[in-house]
Design a protein around this ligand. Structure first.
Ligand code: CA
Length: 411
């Protein structure tokens, strides 16, 4: 009898193994997932998580295979619907009506939280409008309903996501948050597992969350002072320079060379101005501002607004590695303060598709003009490489990827 049962079990295990290799039917995935979860116990234990907390956290847990950024055998890769930064044009992502709405709300909140924001700026050197803008961008000032259970998201991403190792650490840190008293039902998150008003991953919670309202707990879920101070501490921790701006919008001169628009090419702001770049709205820059090292950013190549981006720009970029995200946060902060739109309007209504940008990146790489990721995202480095290609081939230099220039490359 026992022998038979063992055989059946062995056969079942072999079947599970076989099935997970090719396709993942629900039951097979669950068994393998449970096994994977159990395998995280030693690490969880070493972080101080008790067996009771661990068992409660993973009881009945199933992977959420509807999440983006997973690699599921037998299934085509899903796009990332949450990552709008790379499929929308700048004009779509940086929408005037959205800024109007969020800036109006932000101004009210700036009044409501005036003392807290002043204290944040004093303690961390980060302007109140910047952390308000992060709050506005991340969760519409707390109005966004976060659709996911963080434990399930992080476990799924660690189990079968594209960045397993990163998410394994996050999953373990999330278990520690449970152990340290954050209720499970409060741990709602985005599809990427970020939590709270300013969207922290669990490891960032442990690095940067602060108790700023003095109740003895760092609560990034319900306390505005705690969440905003934590965001400020994070920016400070990543190198925010007090008293400096996030970026300067500029008007590029006619003959500007857009192919130098990469983070590696920096000049003092004053040197860019000497080369013909003019501050938007005729803004006067101080000596200290002119002395800052900055790169050139032209999200629409030669067409839309141009920016000189100093250190603080790249600090915000560590929050989310997307130039459009940084422009959103930085501009919203300005908008709360000064109320003005971008001086130069966004003008492009179409963007190449991901597959086309990938083809362009491969061609540029093959010609030695591009050495970064082949990811279908037309970021700073891709646009600059495109500019180098245009220069080398006597084409119009605009650093803006179009079907025409892609066709030229493929001739
Ligand atoms: Ca608190």
């Amino acid at each position: 009898m026992r022998r038979t049962r063992t055989d059946v079990r062995r056969a079942a295990a072999a079947l599970v193994c076989l099935l997970t290799q090719f396709a993942v039917p629900a039951h097979a995935a669950d068994a393998a997932f449970q096994q994977w979860l159990q395998g995280t116990w030693p690490q969880a234990q070493s972080l101080g998580v008790t067996r009771a907390t661990f068992d409660a956290a993973i009881r009945g847990l199933e992977p959420d295979l509807s999440l983006p950024d997973l690699i599921v055998p037998g299934r085509p890769e899903r796009a990332q619907p949450g990552q709008a930064e790379f499929v929308q044009t700048p004009g779509e992502y940086l929408k005037e009506s959205t800024f109007d709405r969020l800036a109006a709300q932000g101004r009210k909140l700036a009044v409501e939280h005036r003392d807290t924001l002043a204290r944040i700026e004093r303690d961390f050197g980060v302007p109140g409008n910047i952390v308000l803008a992060i709050w506005g961008r991340e969760t519409s000032y707390g109005g966004t309903r976060l659709a996911h259970d963080a434990i399930r998201v992080l476990a799924t991403q660690a189990y079968t996501g594209r960045r397993k190792e990163l998410f394994r650490s996050e999953f373990l840190a999330a278990l520690k948050m449970l152990q340290d008293g954050t209720p499970r039902e409060r741990m709602r998150s985005s599809w990427g597992g970020a939590m709270g008003l300013t969207q922290f991953l669990p490891t960032e919670f442990y690095k940067y969350a602060v108790d700023f309202d003095g109740d003895g707990r760092a609560d990034i879920f319900n306390s505005v002072p705690d969440a905003l101070a934590s965001a400020a501490k994070q920016l400070a921790g990543k190198g925010w320079r007090a008293g400096q701006r996030w970026a300067y919008e500029v008007r590029a001169p006619q003959n500007a060379d857009c192919s130098v628009g990469v983070p590696e090419v920096t000049l003092p702001v004053g040197e860019w101005l000497a080369r013909g770049f003019q501050p938007a709205y005729g803004r006067k820059l101080s000596e200290a501002e002119r002395a800052e090292q900055a790169s050139l950013l032209q999200p629409e190549g030669a067409y839309g607004p141009a920016f000189l981006t100093p250190k603080n720009y790249f600090v915000i970029k560590e929050y989310n590695f997307s130039d459009l995200y940084v422009l959103f946060v930085g501009h919203l902060a300005d908008r709360i303060g000064e109320g003005r739109p971008f001086e130069t309007r966004w003008s492009k209504s179409e963007q190449l598709r991901t597959a086309q940008v990938e083809r362009m990146q491969r061609t540029l790489a093959a010609r030695g003009l591009y050495a970064d990721k082949i990811d279908g995202k037309a970021g700073m480095k891709t646009r600059a490489a495109l500019g180098a290609y245009q220069k080398a081939n006597g084409l119009k230099l605009d650093c803006w990827p179009t079907p025409a220039v892609l066709e030229h490359m493929q001739r």
